[in-house]
Design a protein around this ligand. Structure first.
Ligand code: PMP
Length: 461
C-alpha cells in the first residue's frame, strides 16, 4: 500500500469532510495536500498543483511566508492566549483593531473579533438587532439578504445566506430573515439589458422593505461580489440603487467582505470597488491570508456608540486570539509594505483580466467576468442563447473541475460556472500557466460532454 492509499483509507474511515461528506469523495479518495509555496500545492504523490483558488479564497499573500510563521511563534512564546472578555485586553488585538480602523473606509473605526466569517456574521445579526432595540425601535428585527448569497454555515449565518441546499438541513432560515433574488444577469436576465436588470434586481430590496414595513427592517446584508454563489459580478447599476434604497429607509448595510476584502477586488475592500458605504463590514479569510482562523466585524462610529453603551452579551472564547491577531497584523503589514495590493490592482489584475477574458473564445464558455483577482466563466452548450445544459445543472461544471484537477489546476465549480480566485502574488507566467491549463481542461471537458451526449441546450433568451 502506498502512503497515499493508507492516508486515504484513514481519511475515509474517520474524517468527515464539510459539504462533500459521503457524496464528494468518490472512489478515488481525497487528494492529500502536504506542503505549499507561493501559488503551488504539493500532494502526497509528489504532484505540483497550481492553486487558482487560494486555498478557499484565503491565501491572498501566497503560501510559505516565513514572516507569518515567525509572528505566530513569537506570539505563542510571549502570550499564547488570553481572553478579551472581562475588562482585559492584549497588545495584538489592540494593534490589529487600530490597523483595521485605519484601512477600512469612512467611519468604520471599531472592531469586534471572531474566529471565522460565520461567527462574525452571527455577531452582525445580533448586533444590528440589538442596535435597533437600544435605539428604541425594537420592532426593527427583520434582516434582508439574497438567494445564493453565502454568509457562513452556523445557524445564524447560514440563515442569512441564501443557499437552499443548506436551508433544507437543520431548520434554517431562522425567523425574521428574508431573501431577495440575486443580480445574476447571465442566466436570469432574459431579454433585459444588464443595466436594466441590475436596477430591477436592486429594486426588489425596496419591494421587500415595503412588504415588511419600512420601520420593521434592521439591515440588508450582501457580498459586494457574490463569491461562493459563483462569482456573480453585479451589473453597474445594482449597487448605486441598493445604496440609495438603504439610505432612503435608514436601514443598516452590512457588506460581507470575507472574500472581497484585503485586495481581492483590487482595492483593500470590495466596498471601495463597488463604491458603497456599509455600516458594518464582515472580514475573515484574507485578513490572515488563512494562516490563522480569524474573523471580525468592522463597525461604524454610529453603530459602535450604541453597542458600547450597553452590555452586549456576545463573544467567543477565542475572539481576538493573540496568535491569530499577531499573524493577521504581519499579513497586513506585508500586503501593504510589499505593495502586494497595489501590484495586484495595477499589474497582475489587468493582466489576469485580459488573459482570463480570452477564454470566451472557447466553444464551451458563454461569458467571463472578473474583478481584480476573482473571476468566473459560464459554461454553456450554446453561446448564442446563453443556454443552460438540458441535463442536471452542475454536471458540466463538475466534469470541468475534474479535468482541471487531473491537469494539476485547482478551480472550483458552482453549478456550471467555473471560478478562480488565485493568490494576489500570482506572477504573469503563472497566470499564463493557469490559462493554458484551464483551456486544456475545457477542451477535454468539451470532448467528454460531447461523447456522453450532454451538450443538449435549454435556451435562456
Ligand atoms: N461570508 C462569505 C462571503 C464567505 O465566502 C464565507 C466562507 N466561504 C463566509 C462568510 C463564512 O466564513 P467561514 O467559513 O470562515 O465561517
Amino acid at each position: 500500500n502506498s502512503p497515499t492509499a493508507e492516508l486515504q483509507a484513514l481519511d475515509a474511515a474517520h474524517h468527515m469532510h464539510p459539504f462533500t461528506h459521503g457524496a464528494g469523495l468518490g472512489e478515488k479518495g481525497a487528494r492529500i495536500i502536504t506542503r505549499a509555496e507561493g501559488c503551488w500545492l504539493n500532494d502526497s504523490d509528489g504532484n505540483r498543483i497550481l492553486d487558482a483558488m487560494a486555498g478557499l479564497w484565503c491565501v491572498n499573500i501566497g503560501y510559505g511566508r516565513e514572516e507569518l510563521a515567525e509572528a505566530a511563534a513569537r506570539q505563542m512564546r510571549e502570550l499564547p492566549f488570553y481572553n478579551t472578555f472581562f475588562q482585559t485586553s492584549h497588545v495584538p488585538a489592540i494593534n490589529l483593531a487600530a490597523r483595521l480602523a485605519e484601512l477600512a473606509p469612512g467611519d468604520l473605526n471599531h472592531v469586534f473579533f471572531a474566529n471565522s466569517g460565520s461567527e462574525a456574521n452571527d455577531t452582525n445579526l445580533r448586533m444590528v438587532r440589538t442596535y435597533w432595540q437600544e435605539k428604541g425601535q425594537p420592532q426593527r428585527q427583520h434582516v434582508i439578504s439574497r438567494w445564493n448569497g453565502y454568509h457562513g454555515s452556523s445557524v445564524g449565518s447560514g440563515s442569512l445566506g441564501g443557499m437552499k441546499g443548506m436551508h433544507a438541513q437543520g431548520g434554517m432560515p431562522i425567523p425574521g430573515i428574508h431573501h431577495i433574488d440575486q443580480p445574476y444577469w447571465y442566466l436570469e436576465g432574459g431579454n433585459m439589458s444588464e443595466d436594466d436588470f441590475g436596477l430591477a434586481r436592486a429594486q426588489l430590496l425596496e419591494e421587500k422593505i415595503l412588504e415588511l414595513g419600512a420601520d420593521n427592517v434592521a439591515a440588508f446584508i450582501a457580498e459586494p461580489i457574490q463569491g461562493a454563489g459563483g462569482v456573480i459580478v453585479p451589473p453597474a447599476t445594482y449597487w448605486p440603487e441598493i445604496q440609495r434604497i438603504v439610505d432612503k429607509y435608514g436601514i443598516l448595510l452590512i457588506a460581507d467582505e470575507v472574500i472581497c476584502g484585503f485586495g481581492r477586488t483590487g482595492e483593500w475592500f470590495g466596498s471601495q470597488t463597488m463604491n458603497i458605504r456599509p455600516d458594518i463590514m464582515t472580514v475573515a479569510k484574507g485578513l490572515s491570508s488563512g494562516y490563522q482562523p480569524i474573523g471580525a466585524s468592522i463597525v461604524s462610529d454610529g453603530v459602535a456608540k450604541v453597542i458600547d453603551g450597553v452590555e452586549f452579551n456576545h463573544g467567543y472564547t477565542y475572539s481576538g486570539h493573540p496568535v491569530a491577531c499577531a499573524v493577521a497584523l504581519e499579513n497586513l503589514r506585508l500586503l501593504d509594505e510589499e505593495g502586494i495590493v497595489t501590484r495586484a490592482r495595477d499589474e497582475t489584475g489587468p493582466y489576469l483580466k485580459a488573459q482570463f477574458e480570452t477564454l470566451t473564445d472557447h466553444p464551451l464558455v458563454g461569458e467571463a467576468k472578473i474583478v481584480g483577482h476573482m473571476g468566473s466563466i459560464a459554461l454553456t452548450p450554446d453561446k448564442a442563447s446563453r443556454a443552460r445544459f438540458a441535463g442536471e445543472a452542475g454536471t458540466a461544471g463538475f466534469i470541468t473541475r475534474e479535468r482541471c484537477f487531473a491537469n494539476n489546476l485547482i478551480m472550483r465549480h458552482v453549478g456550471d460556472r467555473m471560478i478562480i480566485s488565485p493568490p494576489l502574488v500570482i506572477s504573469k507566467e503563472e497566470i499564463d500557466t493557469l490559462i493554458e491549463r484551464a483551456r486544456r481542461s475545457l477542451d477535454e471537458a468539451h470532448a467528454q460532454l460531447q461523447e456522453q451526449g450532454l451538450m443538449a441546450a435549454i435556451p435562456t433568451v
